[in-house]
Design a protein around this ligand. Structure first.
Ligand SMILES: [Zn+2]
Length: 391
């Protein structure tokens, strides 16, 4: 007997993420060739369940959501910075820790030292932990190599994580994360190296989908960010930006000018920046893990983002220095408690809007016929529960 579908989930509460939660109660959803082939209320099923699919799963009125998407991570790195964490808690300043060889440069040293297999072994558990919290798509950035060899190694490891776990991984080249020791005091020359050598190589070898820059007074200027974006555009790579995390540099408006997929962090964005994002359709990616871990006090202007209807995504920002977080569910809770998102906004932040932040909304981020059947059956009866429980 041939069935029209491969797998059919019945008696489910579907959280489609179309128009808010988009809940369909007492519903079914079917997959065929790993695509969503049908969804709707049980009473509209075209035939007896047994005639429709060889595999039937009874959801018992629990929630089915799209697979979650972590659209901003730095999860490929070596070592950890627990030692610095302890020093910081004892009152030592970040500047002091950095001056004694700590901070991002300590992660750069550790990441340069490992070979590709060792780096994969250290990074893979973090990706698995994110998957355990419901993630089915990951974005992974480079940026702890800051030289040609290590940046490429990180991006290859990110690709291998996707192959090993059989999930889509979007890779972002973040060479402009910090000025490497070889270029201290000479950031302009490092930007030239990125534009003349690294981006052309990354594009040629298809090692990344996007290019990102940390635009901040402790990293790269607006003009240097513009040069990297112009180069990325020339090589037809998508653009993302670490923007207005510690001060208002105008980076979000610059990202919008280049039609960036997303501008990320945004604690210090002003209304001009918000309207720029709105007009370009750039997603605001909020990162409550870093805000929490750094004990920051300035929250992103969520009311302004709502007012101008800028799509908001949230992400783990998983990284060793400022957000050692490997749970998207924890991030959903933090987004609600710390940034006052509604649980519904938090849900859209790790589904449809996260898909937009990666340029994947045609295939991911909501339960819609034709999209990837990348779905999660949760042991909860209402989607608010996903943000309510802590981690
Ligand atoms: Zn980041």
């Amino acid at each position: 007997m041939t069935h029209p579908f491969d797998t059919l989930w019945i008696n489910a509460r579907l959280v489609t993420c179309n128009n808010g939660y988009g809940i369909i109660d007492n519903a079914a959803i079917a997959s065929k060739d790993q695509r969503i082939a049908w969804l709707g209320p049980m009473e509209q099923l075209p035939d007896q369940a047994r005639a429709l699919a060889p595999h039937i799963i009874d959801a018992k009125q629990r929630c089915i959501t799209p697979g979650l998407i972590d659209c901003h991570t730095h999860l490929v790195f070596a070592g950890n910075r627990a030692n610095e964490f302890a020093r910081r808690l004892q009152g030592e300043s970040y500047a002091n820790i950095a001056a004694s060889g700590g901070g991002i440069q300590s992660t750069v040293r550790a990441t340069r030292e490992l070979d590709e297999t060792e780096l994969l072994q250290q990074s893979l558990p973090r990706a698995k932990a994110l998957m355990d919290s419901g993630a089915r798509v990951l974005e992974i950035k480079s940026g702890y190599g800051l030289d040609l060899e290590t940046e490429c190694k990180m991006l290859r490891v990110a690709g291998r994580i996707g192959e090993t776990l059989a999930i889509p991984v979007r890779r972002t080249f973040l060479g402009a994360h910090a000025v490497p020791p070889e270029y201290q005091g000479n950031a302009d020359n490092y930007i030239r190296y990125i534009c003349n050598e690294l981006i052309p190589l990354v594009a040629r070898e298809k090692l990344a989908d996007s290019v990102d820059v940390f635009c901040e007074h402790i990293a790269f200027s607006l003009q240097q960010t513009r040069e990297v974006f112009a180069c990325a555009e020339q090589y037809q790579l998508a653009i993302k930006c670490h923007a207005e995390q510690l001060s208002n540099m105008g980076a979000a408006a610059l990202a919008a000018e280049f039609g960036a997929l997303s501008a990320d962090h945004l604690e210090y964005i002003d209304e001009q920046g918000v309207t720029a994002l709105a007009s370009s359709g750039t997603v605001a990616v909020l990162l409550p893990g870093a805000y929490y871990f750094l004990r920051e006090s300035k929250t992103p202007p969520v009311a302004l983002l709502r007012k101008h209807q800028v799509p908001m995504a949230i992400a783990s920002d998983c990284n060793p220095g400022t957000s050692p977080v490997t749970s998207l569910k924890l991030i959903m809770n933090m987004a609600c408690v710390l940034f006052a998102l509604t649980p519904e906004e938090a849900m859209l932040g790790v589904t449809l809007n996260a898909a937009k932040a990666l340029g994947m909304e045609q295939s991911h981020g909501s339960l819609s016929v034709g999209k990837c059947a990348d779905i999660v059956l949760w042991d909860v009866n209402h989607p608010d529960e996903l943000s309510y429980t802590v981690g």
